[in-house]
Design a protein around this ligand. Structure first.
Ligand SMILES: NC(=O)c1ccc[n+]([C@@H]2O[C@H](COP(=O)([O-])OP(=O)(O)OC[C@H]3O[C@@H](n4cnc5c(N)ncnc54)[C@H](O)[C@@H]3O)[C@@H](O)[C@H]2O)c1
Length: 256
C-alpha cells in the first residue's frame, strides 16, 4: 500500500460516472488515492463509486450538478469531512453540444458556458481555497479538448469554451504557483467512450482513418497523461495544455 504512487492523496474527480472521468478516478484509487467521485447523475455516481470499491479502491460518491455553487461548495466540504483534506482536483465534467454556427441557439450556449466555463472556474476556485488553507500545495487538472486547438465542424461553441479553459490554466499559474499548486489542462482528441460510440457508430473507423497513429485514443491513453499531470513527477509543469490525440491536431483532417 505504502509504495503506491498516490498513497495518502485525496482527489476529487468530476463528471466521473463513466468515460474519461471514471477511468481516471478508478486508476487514481487503484494507485492509492482516496477519491470523491462526482456525476450529475446521482445513481450513476454511486454505482461508479461502488465499482471502484469492489476492486479495492477507496472511493465515495458526491452526486450533483457541478456547475452550481451549492454542489461546488458541497463537494469540497464533503471531501474534507470524509477524507480530511484535498490534494488533487480533476475538473473533468463538461458537455459537448454540436451545432451549425448559423443555427446555434442562445439556450445551448447558456448551458455550455454554465457547465464548461462557469462550473470549472468556480470549482477550481473552491479547490484552490482549500489547498491554500492546508498549506502543502496540490495539483489541479482540467479536461480540455483538441477542438480548442484545431477547427472541427459543428463544434465552434464547444471549442471556444475549451480554449477558455486552456487559457485559464495559463493565467492561474500566477495565483496558484506561490502556493505550490500546479495547474494544467489535458487535451484529449477523439477518444473512445460510451458517449462518442453512441453519438457516432462509425467513430472508430473514421478516426482510425484520419489519425496519424492509426486509431482514436482510448481512456487508458488519457489516464496515463492525467496521472502523470497530477503526480509528484510533474510539479514543475504549470500552465500547459497537454494534447493526447495520436497526432491529429498536427494535421487537422476534419472527420466529415
Ligand atoms: N470523449 C472524447 O472524445 C473527448 C474528447 C475531448 C474532450 N473530452 C472531454 O472529456 C470530458 C469527459 O468526456 P467523456 O466523453 O469521457 O464523457 P461524457 O461526455 O459522456 O461525460 C461524462 C459524465 O459527465 C457527466 N456530467 C455532465 N454534466 C455534468 C455536470 N454538470 N456535473 C457533473 N457531471 C456532469 C455526465 O453525466 C457523464 O456521466 C468532457 O469534459 C469532454 O468535453 C472528451
Amino acid at each position: 500500500m505504502g509504495n503506491k504512487l498516490f498513497h495518502q492523496q485525496v482527489a476529487i474527480v468530476t463528471g466521473a460516472g463513466k468515460g474519461i472521468g471514471f477511468a481516471v478516478a478508478r486508476q487514481l484509487a487503484l494507485q492509492g488515492a482516496s477519491v470523491i467521485l462526482n456525476d450529475i447523475d446521482i445513481e450513476l455516481a454511486e454505482s461508479a463509486s461502488n465499482k471502484i470499491k469492489e476492486e479495492g479502491g477507496l472511493c465515495e460518491s458526491y452526486g450533483g450538478d457541478i456547475s452550481t455553487i451549492e454542489i461546488i461548495e458541497g463537494i469540497v466540504t464533503f471531501t474534507i469531512e470524509t477524507f480530511g483534506k484535498l490534494d488533487i482536483l480533476l475538473a473533468n465534467a463538461g458537455i459537448t453540444t454540436y451545432g451549425d454556427f448559423l443555427e446555434y441557439q442562445p439556450e445551448s450556449m447558456q448551458k455550455l458556458l454554465q457547465i464548461n466555463l462557469f462550473g470549472t472556474f468556480f470549482l477550481t476556485q473552491a479547490a484552490t481555497k482549500q489547498m491554500v488553507k492546508q498549506g502543502h500545495g496540490g495539483s489541479i487538472l482540467i479536461t480540455s479538448s483538441v477542438t480548442a486547438h484545431a477547427a472541427h465542424p459543428f463544434l465552434a461553441a464547444y471549442g471556444m469554451t475549451k480554449a477558455g479553459l486552456d487559457q485559464l490554466v495559463k493565467n492561474l499559474v500566477i495565483d496558484l504557483g506561490p502556493h505550490k499548486i500546479n495547474i494544467n489542462t489535458m487535451v484529449p482528441g477523439a477518444t473512445l467512450t460510451e458517449r462518442t460510440l453512441i453519438e457516432d457508430p462509425d467513430y472508430l473507423e473514421i478516426w482510425s482513418r484520419i489519425t496519424p497513429s492509426g486509431r482514436p485514443s482510448t481512456t487508458d491513453d488519457i489516464v496515463n497523461a492525467a496521472l502523470f499531470l497530477v503526480s509528484p513527477a510533474s510539479r514543475q509543469i504549470m500552465g500547459q495544455n497537454l494534447v493526447i490525440d495520436g497526432g491529429w491536431t498536427s494535421v487537422g483532417v476534419p472527420p466529415y
